[in-house]
Each structure stands twice: as structure tokens, then as C-alpha cells.
Write a protein that binds this ligand. Sequence first.
Ligand SMILES: [Zn+2]
Length: 299
Amino acid sequence: MIELPHFVIDGTKAPKHHLDRWDPGRYELAVAYIIRTLVGGFEVSRALEQHLRHKALVHPCAPHPHAIAWASADSADDATPQGEYQRSSRDHEWTPWDDTGLPSRDNPTGTGLGSAGRIAFTPSDSQRPNAPIPRTGGAPQYADAVFVHELVHVVRFSHGVFTQLRFDPDRRRSWGMENTEEYYAWMIEGMYCSQRGIPVRRSYHDWSRQRFEDNPRGRGNPYVGLQHYWVERFFREIPTLARALASIPEPRCQFNPFRDYVTGDYRRSSTIRPVYSAAHPIAARPPPGPPIPSSDIFD
Ligand SMILES: [Zn+2]
């Protein structure tokens, strides 16, 4: 086990796909190296690390069909804002309730106290055999950027502000963001990639490369309007972190929605396009069934 100021790294539990040749000490050193590089080398990830209110546990994991890494809160109630419902993470057609505002439990259980969190992460999965792993469409997957994404989730758990809402209230329109927590994690991961000089992926679901184009409509551009709205919310939730991120200047971090918010300069914008689909019906209440696990997992 390696202990750093904000992290505990425990490599003792070998992931299933590495059982034959697993070395806990080597894993812990690899993760510690990534964390030290993130904290020492880049303002985006340093600001995140400095805003962790609880130590985060980092442990190995085996990839599952949807993710190679994920974050989980020790107490989902404490990670959720006071008086708010925990919301289901997805908005797929086969779930009768979702993140449109309907509760995944009968009573609001959020305390807003903040929760410790865990990051399931095996860096070698993003480093072998031909790492960084190219994804369809373009943006390669770097282990350190994967870690930064999960770190955003854990920081928001620790501040008790984690709440998964629809990125766009219009149910017919999607921007590949899954929900607002994945939007924030994607966005700050993108800021890190921008500062590190590696490609930014276009959205949570779109692995093509982010581009910028002239935006004569300013905040009248629907995507930019949504960006402004959600960044404003982040400023209310964790103001000192939002200000620290906004202060990173353009030469060091071109992709910076926090700076856009502060300057109000939206003359250039990300090239994110909406995807339209038919709205699907929502049930008023969750169906009877097994209870939602108290500690959900977010990839
Ligand atoms: Zn995520």
C-alpha cells in the first residue's frame, strides 16, 4: 500500500484478467507515478487534487463492457446534495425512470455532507500492448486522462454535490453527454488533455477529436447556452475549484469552459452537434424490484 497526501493506493487485490502475473507493488508504483505527474505537472489536475475533501482509495479493476475505470462513493447519500433524490444514472429506453428529475427512491436521502470515494483503475489496461489505445474515430485513450476523469467524480462526491441530471432538458435532443456528472468529468478531463497537448474527445460518447469553430451566435448557440448554464451551476457548487480552473490561461489550456464563463467570450466554440430522437414515455414511479444499491458505480 502506498499513501500519498490525498490518495491511498492498494494493489493487493489482483484483477481477474491479470491473475497470472500480478505484482501489487508494481501496480502501486505505477499509480503513484501517474498521480505525482498529474499533481506536479498540470494545473487542471492539481486543482482537482487540492479540492479532495476525503482521501480517495485507488484499487485495480478488470474492464467491464462499458468502462475500463470507474468511481464509486462510499456513501451515495452523503455524495448527494442535501434533500435531493439519488437519481439513476442513465436515460435509456429500457429504464422506466431516469435522470429527468424523477427519483430512483421513494424519499430524498441526500445529506450533502460529502463522501469518500474509490477509483477502480488499472493503468496498464490503457498502456498495453499498443498504448495509448486508439478508439474508433480518433482520440486515443491515455491512462492519466482516464484517471483525471474519475478524479472529477470523486471530488464531486467529496463535496456532496453529485447529482446526475439531464444535460439538455429537451428529451428529444442529446449531445453525447449521458448526464451532467459525465458532462463535468468529460469537460475537465478535456481541459487536462488540452493542457497536456493530447486530443480532446468531442463528447462523453463521441471519441472523434474536438475542434473549435467561429460561433457568431454566442450564447444563442444551443450547446453554448447549455455549457454556460451548467458551468454556472458548478461555480455555485464548488466555487474555489471553478475559479482555479477558470484562471488557467489560453496558451496553457485552450479548451476551458470555466474561462469562457468568466470572460463571457463565446466567439469560438466546441463543434458539438445535437442528436435528435423520439422522446420515450416515463413511468411516474419506479417499478417494484430489488432496491437500488446504496453505492452506485459511475464510469
Ligand atoms: Zn465518468
